[in-house]
Design a binder for this molecule. Structure first.
Ligand SMILES: *[C@@H]1O[C@H](CO)[C@@H](O)[C@H](O)[C@H]1NC(C)=O
Ligand SMILES: *[C@@H]1O[C@H](CO)[C@@H](O)[C@H](O)[C@H]1NC(C)=O
Ligand SMILES: *[C@@H]1O[C@H](CO)[C@@H](O)[C@H](O)[C@H]1NC(C)=O
Length: 498
């Protein structure tokens, strides 16, 4: 095609023509929209403004009937969509081309304009359970909607972030997803917030020094963690496979673009001062980078970390104050429905205010209904698809859907669960700003409250009360078929594990 255009000498004409006006029908990939509600103009026509005679009261009447109805005909509903609103079953909109915002008796078809992909990813926002109520702030941010900052140099890496610009309610934490190519660096830097990080893929070499002149160097891999306190200068270099990692800062307003970089420090001080400071001729600074490096390619690090070990009279950082924790080697606590790994200051003492759980939830199962005593919670979804309802006193709740790469947020003391809505394991992080990981389990609370009190309040049957566990289970098992209950609402469909 391209070649024949060239041969025919048509290419210049094609390139010179204005870009064709895109209409709604063309803008229809696998997530097609719908017919444009107002015809698009494709030809140049008349003036930009219409006449005053179109003002109401003087204009000719517009036709008010005979137009297409907003009611979409012949729409298929998905499994569970006709079930009672308050049952609130998860609706898998991927099974239909054009999902409709209908739940039980409520809602109406949506003739558009819209883009189906958003609604397929967020069925609980599009057709909320009947139990959702009131105003709840936005508690979900897909990193796929974050601006990506590409590193300098050839394919050196990238970073994208979430902070209060994206999620205004998330004041306690900000997050960054960063990738470094093999041997690439995150430039030597320091920052104003504490940084807790999880390696998502690959491995990195970290180097740092503290205020006592104690030095640190370590290699960590997938599933391992580092923590750098505010102000502690450090560098990160990816090893042979490159690395992707998640950075969590304990300040919701923190911006990854606002860190203090060594290149900027040198660029922003008089060379006379630099010369005096490093006791070296001014000419030593002839080849400083012209601009900040941030993420850039490097030479391969020697395989043996000891070859890069720099120690002074103060020696190495004491182990009790280590900046890394090789979390990948910790065995998870397994329980029916999945597994949990906790890392807080009990075993990683330097990170005094990061209490983190890495939770795996099997299909059909859920992280049980709970809340946290006095910390907001920041979530990151590493795998799978899940939903969460956040209850905020006195009477609001909203259900959000999450898939891999999404961030979730829960204000302190707001009750929530995280339910696996997909067919693979959900893996996610719960991050709290407190020394020890703690939560209040709703089921355990009811089990440890006098039965009469619970019964007088909630009118639960005796068998239900008798079955409540007095120990916290973290997870609850459930049916992998999330809509089985629609057929038999009185049965044990929701929690039967198959
Ligand atoms: C790394 O280098 C140190 C110091 O030279 C040496 O003691 C150690 O055996 C080396 N480790 C490996 C795995 O080669
Ligand atoms: C670095 O050197 C110090 C002092 O010799 C030593 O205690 C420490 O184990 C070394 N670390 C590594 C990673 O080689
Ligand atoms: C789930 O259960 C419903 C109701 O019994 C059934 O119609 C549906 O096919 C099941 N889905 C799967 C994936 O088995």
């Amino acid at each position: 095609m391209f070649k024949s255009l060239l041969v025919g000498g048509l290419l210049p004409t094609v390139f010179a023509a204005p870009a064709p006006q895109m209409n709604y029908a063309e803008n229809s990939g696998p997530v097609a929209g719908v017919n444009a509600p107002i015809p698009t103009v494709t030809a140049a026509s008349g003036s930009l403004y219409g006449p005053e005679s179109l003002l109401g009261e003087v204009a000719q009447p517009s036709p008010v009937s005979g137009d297409d109805s907003i009611a979409v005909s012949n729409y298929p509903l998905v499994n569970g969509q006709e079930a009672d609103q308050d049952l609130g079953l998860y609706l898998d909109f991927n099974s239909v081309e054009k999902p409709q915002p209908i739940r039980g008796e409520a809602g109406q078809t949506d003739p558009g304009p819209r883009t189906y992909a958003y609604e397929k990813l967020n069925p609980d926002l599009f057709a909320p359970p009947g139990t959702d109520n009131g105003d709840t702030p936005q508690l979900q941010w897909p990193l796929g909607l974050s601006h990506n900052r590409l590193g300098s140099g050839k394919q050196a890496g990238w970073a994208r972030q979430q902070n209060t610009d994206q999620l205004p309610v998330a004041t306690a934490f900000a997050g960054v997803d960063m990738t470094l190519a093999p041997h690439a660096y995150r430039e030597l830097h320091w920052h104003s917030a504490n940084e807790w990080a999880l390696v998502l893929k690959g491995s990195v070499r970290l180097a740092a020094m503290n205020e006592n002149g104690e030095s640190f160097i370590d290699d960590i891999g997938t599933g391992d963690v580092w923590f750098f306190p505010a102000g502690v200068p450090h560098s990160i270099q990816a090893l042979d496979e490159g690395s992707e990692f998640l950075l969590i800062f304990d300040d919701g307003a923190f911006s990854e673009d606002g860190t203090s970089l060594i290149s900027e420090l040198f660029e922003r001080n008089p060379k006379e001062v630099l010369s005096k400071n490093l006791q070296t001729p001014v000419s030593a600074f002839d080849n400083l980078p012209a601009d900040q490096l941030y993420i850039f390619n490097g030479t391969p690090a020697p395989a043996n970390v000891s070859a890069q070990n720099q120690t002074g009279p103060a020696g190495i950082l004491p182990y009790a104050g280590s900046y890394t924790y090789h979390w990948s080697q910790q065995q998870p606590y397994t329980t029916p429905g999945g597994s949990v790994k906790i890392l807080d200051s009990t075993t990683f003492p330097l990170a005094t205010m990061f209490a983190v759980a890495l939770v795996t939830v099997q299909p059909g199962a859920m992280r049980e209904l709970h809340w946290h005593l006095n910390s907001d919670e920041w979530n990151y979804f590493l795998q799978g698809s899940a939903r969460m309802t956040v209850f905020a006193a006195p009477s609001s709740s909203r259900t959000f859907d999450y898939t891999a790469g999404d961030i979730g947020y829960i204000p302190a003391t707001d009750a929530h669960y995280i339910e696996n809505t997909g067919t693979e394991d959900v893996v996610f992080l719960e991050v709290l700003k407190q020394p020890k990981f703690t939560d209040i389990s709703v089921a355990q609370w009811l089990a440890l409250t006098p039965k009469q009190v619970v019964q007088d309040t909630l009118h639960l049957p005796d068998e239900t009360l008798a079955g409540l566990p007095k120990e916290k289970t973290y997870l609850k098992t459930g049916n992998r078929n999330m809509t089985a209950l629609a057929v038999n609402p009185k049965g044990s469909g929701a929690y039967a594990s198959d």
